[in-house]
Design a protein around this ligand. Structure first.
Ligand SMILES: Cc1cc2nc3c(=O)[nH]c(=O)nc-3n(C[C@H](O)[C@H](O)[C@H](O)COP(=O)(O)OP(=O)(O)OC[C@H]3O[C@@H](n4cnc5c(N)ncnc54)[C@H](O)[C@@H]3O)c2cc1C
Length: 469
């Protein structure tokens, strides 16, 4: 008899899981249930008046291979793009101004001494303290700690607050005093374990990667951008996955309310009292939503305790001629207290094909851990006005926008706080007693698109072995 697998949530994780289940053998019947009237979850790409807007993710890390690999597998290899070569500079808001970030930073870790010495972003005593990384012994304790404590231990508190907070915390829209280093940047922990010094270790890794890619290792040169996107924006990936699903697999605008055990299988209760029988269920919905569906209070309690933050992305297009300063980079990030924004992307400078030549396109991120404005409650007009005022304070006159578009991501940014790894171990242990229930997605083992793809692959492999064999 054909087995039936229900996948809850059609974000990148659920779509990838459904796609993989409908490839390879054994092949079950798949139903992918999505509460909203569209697929993609946080991935939202819109075309408007000649502009291409990626409201959520605009790219993914190519240093984690799963994102680009999936694109190639789906026939999107020719559509993969990297940021425009001239868009190298990233700015940091410092004392109300945009200061270029020192060259040679990798994950907020300096791999070159020269640019670090001359940057105004860190005080002289702060710079002296940063040199401590070169000589301090590695940590012996293998326990978790916050990103802030980890960076402060090696480079000092000032570097943690002025570099790591906007660069590393910004990725999560979160607070580095709470986020777990082991669950966010485990590679940095590994580098410390192996090399002691993070600066020396990351430089060695960069040189090895350049050598492996066949490019001559240049000690003084900039590493190539680790980001990739698609010519048609991240929505192309969503559309390609969707195109591979059988026509009856996707149920849009339907919500899973509860999943209940029924002997060796499960009953999936949807809104409107419809019930589906499933041999296995993959929850690819946010942890707080999954907590409400699960038939187990312990797992539900753990998932419900994973904090989430809300953000908004505010897009503006301006006639290029009206701008006071050139957009000579990919954009900026802002440390806490420096701006009402978390960051801004100069989209039309970063990527080709996002705006007509006579216009620029930019996006501002608001909300997250430091939010003064409540992005869930503020009106569109309030968000647009806060964002435009903040951009003008940093970039001078912008003129009247020819396009404004706001995307909201409410309770959409999971926060892997200190102790997240231990929480996930408890969850995994309990789930072993509930065979046929699987979790995957941004809340669990990495928030990036490649992390979500990897998790989808991993649960589908396990599900095939455990439930379809
Ligand atoms: C503003 C922003 C920018 C980002 N930028 C980047 C970036 O540049 N690069 C990068 O790699 N990552 C980025 N990320 C992170 C990345 O986008 C997400 O981690 C990833 O898209 C999450 O995918 P997911 O499928 O796990 O979850 P989601 O995208 O949250 O999808 C979950 C789905 O489950 C559905 N659902 C919820 N409850 C139910 C229910 N009861 N029944 C049925 N369906 C339900 C939801 O409607 C949703 O569609 C960004 C995230 C945000 C918010």
């Amino acid at each position: 008899m054909t087995r039936h697998v229900v996948v809850v949530g059609a974000g990148i994780t659920g779509l990838t899981a459904a796609y993989l289940l409908t490839r390879g053998e054994p092949r079950p019947r798949v139903t992918l249930i999505e509460r909203q009237g569209r697929v993609g979850g946080n991935i939202e790409t819109e075309r408007r008046d000649g502009f291409l807007l990626d409201g959520g993710p605009d790219s993914f890390l190519s240093t984690k291979r799963e994102g680009a690999e999936l694109c190639r597998e789906l026939g999107l290899g020719d559509h993969l793009i990297v940021p425009r070569p001239e868009a190298k500079k990233v700015y940091m808001v410092h004392r109300g101004r945009l200061e270029p970030m020192p060259g040679g930073l990798a994950l907020a870790i300096p791999t070159k001494i020269g640019p670090m010495l001359s940057t105004p972003l860190v005080s002289f005593p702060g710079k002296l303290r940063m040199l401590g990384d070169l000589v301090l012994p590695r940590r012996r304790d293998a326990g978790d700690e916050s990103i802030e404590d980890f960076i402060a231990r090696r480079f000092g508190r000032e570097a943690a607050k002025s570099l790591a907070a906007p660069l590393l915390g910004g990725i999560y829209a979160g607070d580095i005093g709470e986020l777990s280093i082991l669950s966010t940047f485990p590679q940095l922990v590994e580098v410390e374990k192996k090399h002691g010094s993070l600066a020396k270790g990351l430089l060695a890794l960069q040189l090895a990667r350049q050598k492996q890619n066949g490019s001559a290792p240049k000690k003084g040169g900039d590493a190539p951008s680790p980001f990739m996107s698609l010519t048609g924006g991240m929505g192309e990936l969503v559309a390609a996955l969707l195109a591979c699903l059988p026509p009856d697999a996707l149920w849009l605008g339907r919500s899973v309310e509860r999943v209940e055990p029924a002997g060796n299988s499960y009953r999936v209760r949807l809104d409107g009292d419809q019930v589906l029988d499933a041999d296995a269920v993959i929850f690819a919905s946010p942890a707080h939503a999954t907590a409400k569906m699960l038939p187990d209070d312990r797992v539900a309690g753990e998932l419900g305790a994973i904090p989430y933050l809300s953000t908004a992305t505010v897009f503006f297009a301006f006639p290029r001629a009206g701008l006071e300063r050139p957009l000579d980079g990919v954009g900026f990030v802002a440390p806490k207290g420096e701006a009402e924004l978390i960051a801004g992307t100069w989209v039309s400078s970063k990527w080709d094909g996002r705006a007509p030549d006579d216009h620029v396109l930019m996006r501002a991120f608001l909300g997250g851990a430091r939010a003064k404005v409540d992005v869930a409650k503020a009106s569109d007009e309030q968000l647009a006005s806060v964002a435009q005022r903040a951009l003008e304070q940093l970039m001078g006159r912008l003129g009247a926008p020819s396009l404004t578009r706001i995307f909201r991501y409410i309770d959409a940014n999971p926060q892997p706080i200190v102790g997240h790894g231990a929480r996930m171990q408890r969850v995994e242990a309990r789930l072993r007693e509930l065979p046929g229930l699987y979790l995957a997605g941004a809340a669990y083992d990495g928030v990036g698109i490649p992390d979500c793809v990897r998790q989808a692959r991993s649960v589908v492999d396990r599900l095939r072995r455990e439930r379809l064999g």
